[in-house]
Design a protein around this ligand. Structure first.
Ligand SMILES: [Zn+2]
Ligand SMILES: [Zn+2]
Length: 278
């Protein structure tokens, strides 16, 4: 049984076949998906929650939890209305995290000082709801600038809350992971762990303690080999788990069960029952 800890199920790219792909995920052994609620910007960050409700208790569809947050790309769209909306969403029972939030110095779609301000403000809102945070971090090419800033901010403003979080689609180095682990974070690996040039990510994946690892797709982005370049979907989280198993030289089943346990322990959610018992 697998958990996809990060998927954008509300992507318009799933408009035609969302239910079918959720069913494919079920058939691939995925029982839980965390649907990331950043929408296309603050106006649509409720969409992940809507999907969680729409597919509630559907047979042979994974359990869907939701998050809500303002992605660093859209930081400059964050206004008081957006913060109020985030505050409301974080009080809904299906919403179990604030994210993805953080810093992206690769695209710089929003100015860096605004990204930092919006990141901080969202940490405050998440803390007021006692919700963990999901971090997006991408530095400039050949730099660790966004990692350095993100980890500094987390240590200063987030670690004292003790609420922890997830570093999603981890691409940093081991010393970045180490700092995040010390601040109460889980490290989530995505499809890029399968890419031929991603040896540095695999090197880190070898070192992160097994009780601090999650797997994700970041669907519809970053499809793992052998579907690289195509639209990604939660069923493909199996390829991420298989690569992790190869790196750690353990059984794929062990990766599945450990990452599933980690998710439920961290979020205090209940595993999905396989069958109804009589
Ligand atoms: Zn991201
Ligand atoms: Zn994402």
């Amino acid at each position: 049984m697998l958990i996809d800890s990060h998927a954008h199920l509300d992507s318009p790219r799933y408009a035609e076949d969302r239910e079918a792909l959720l069913h494919r995920a079920w058939q691939a052994g995925v029982r839980t998906i965390l649907s990331i609620g950043i929408g296309e910007g603050p106006d649509t960050m409720h969409q992940a929650l809507d999907l969680s409700r729409q597919f509630k208790n559907h047979p042979e569809i994974p359990k869907i939890f939701a998050s809500a947050g303002i992605h660093p790309h859209e930081a400059q769209l964050a206004d008081e209305e957006a913060y109020t909306k985030l505050d409301q969403l974080l009080s809904e029972p299906e919403v179990i995290a604030c994210g993805e939030i953080g810093l992206d110095y690769f695209y710089d779609h929003s100015p860096r000082n605004i990204q930092k301000t919006v990141f901080r403000r969202q940490m405050e809102i998440a803390a007021s709801h006692k919700q963990p945070i999901i971090i997006h971090c991408r530095p400039s090419d050949n730099s660790t600038n966004a990692w350095d800033d993100t980890l500094d901010l987390l240590e200063e403003a987030w670690k004292p809350t003790g609420l922890g979080g997830i570093l999603h689609c981890f691409t940093g180095e081991w010393h970045h992971a180490r700092r995040a682990l010390d601040a109460g974070f889980l490290i989530s690996f995505a499809g890029n762990i399968t890419f031929p040039k991603a040896q540095p990510i695999r090197d880190t994946a070898e070192l992160v303690p097994l009780d601090s690892i999650l797997v994700e797709t970041d669907a519809p982005f970053l499809a793992p080999v052998p579907n690289r370049g195509k639209r990604n979907e939660p069923a493909f989280v199996r390829e991420v788990a298989a690569k992790l198993a190869e790196i750690r030289q353990i059984d794929p089943e062990a990766v599945a069960s450990r990452t599933t346990e980690n998710f439920h322990r961290f979020f205090r959610t209940a595993p999905q029952p396989e069958k109804r018992s009589n």
